[in-house]
Ligand binder design. Structure first.
Ligand code: SF4
Ligand code: ZN
Ligand code: ZN
Length: 307
């Protein structure tokens, strides 16, 4: 790599991008990432002039990078960016992440706001994992976090909610849902969910066409702070097997992850017409069943606690 020149500017290259055949230097690489996000935004018409953009920021490298890129991209477009963090209540882990979000938001001059599981649902994750149920910690956490973000977005009055899903997350989730024969969840795969009469806020995933390892490299080159702790409740299950299988496929067939992604989008599009969202009869939030997952979880927790 030492003697190879950057395909864009002739400086010494430090990274080879197998799926495009480009060599990139440390200066051009972050520019290509920002360009890719910009292209994804314009391809799927994700942003409009004057948007109030809520960015879901967990404190991980992906969401901090998204916050930085969206703040830079939206400058001069009459838009406002707000960092929204959900505090699940995981001692040690989330506290550190919150500090990182605060630090990066300050540096970017972006307002940040925190909504907690405890305030919204009455329990922290530390309390929820002690209630023994057959539902995994990550499943409980994911359901409550999605709802917490929706509530935060509504309360903050944002017009668009951006989350940092990347290409790898998206195709891993596609396979997990495929193996579970969960066609409803496959139908949700999309770079953008347009507002509806059930939920008036646009949801967008501007990094959905970026490889996870390239976002990690971007975060490193841009000096993003890295979290030193991992979540004590993390249960990767089949996801880590799918991740290593897809990574080894990508090594042998550069670009195959993109093919899977586009296939997943087309399958999701076909399935969408079969899956109708309704209002949860208990809480009124959009749901694919009569009673939404949040209300189902809450009633399971209440039942277990009353025993
Ligand atoms: Fe929640 Fe699981 Fe992530 Fe921990 S690893 S924050 S429990 S989803
Ligand atoms: Zn260059
Ligand atoms: Zn509900």
């Amino acid at each position: 790599m030492m003697s190879v020149k950057c395909s864009r500017c002739n400086r010494p290259a430090f990274y080879y991008r197998p799926y495009s055949g480009e060599y990139l230097c440390k200066k051009c690489f972050p520019i290509t990432i920002k360009e890719k996000v910009r292209k994804t935004i314009s391809k799927y018409k994700m942003l409009e002039y004057g948007d109030k953009i809520g960015v879901a920021v967990s404190g991980g490298k992906d969401s901090l990078s998204l916050l930085k890129i969206l703040t830079e991209i939206s400058k001069g477009k009459g838009s406002e960016v707000i960092a929204i963090t959900i505090d699940e209540g995981i001692k040690g882990y989330r506290d550190e992440a919150l500090k990182l979000v605060r630090k990066v938001s300050k540096k970017l001059n972006v307002r940040y706001t925190v909504y907690s599981f405890k305030d919204l649902f009455g329990y922290t994750m530390d309390e929820l994992v002690k209630i023994k149920s057959n539902i995994s910690a990550c499943a409980i956490c994911g359901v409550f976090r999605r709802r917490a973000l929706d509530i935060a977005a509504m309360e903050e009055g944002v017009t668009v909610l951006a989350t940092a899903h990347n290409l790898d997350d998206t195709i891993q989730t596609f396979f997990i849902n495929l193996f579970n024969v969960d066609l409803k969840r496959i139908s949700w795969i999309s770079p953008i969910s347009k507002p509806s009469n059930l939920f008036k806020i646009r949801r967008i995933h501007p990094m959905i066409e970026l490889y996870e390892k390239e976002i990690a490299l971007y975060a490193y080159l841009e000096g993003m702070p890295l979290q030193s702790t991992t979540c004590p409740y993390m249960e990767e299950g089949i996801r880590s097997e799918i991740r290593s299988y897809l990574n080894s496929m990508e090594d042998r067939h550069p670009g195959i992850k993109y093919n899977i992604y586009y296939a997943a989008l087309r399958i999701a599009e076909r399935l969408k017409s079969e899956v109708k969202a309704v209002r949860c009869k208990l809480c009124g939030f959009p749901s694919i069943n009569e009673v939404c997952q949040v209300c189902q979880l809450r009633s399971t927790i209440t039942k277990i606690k009353s025993f």
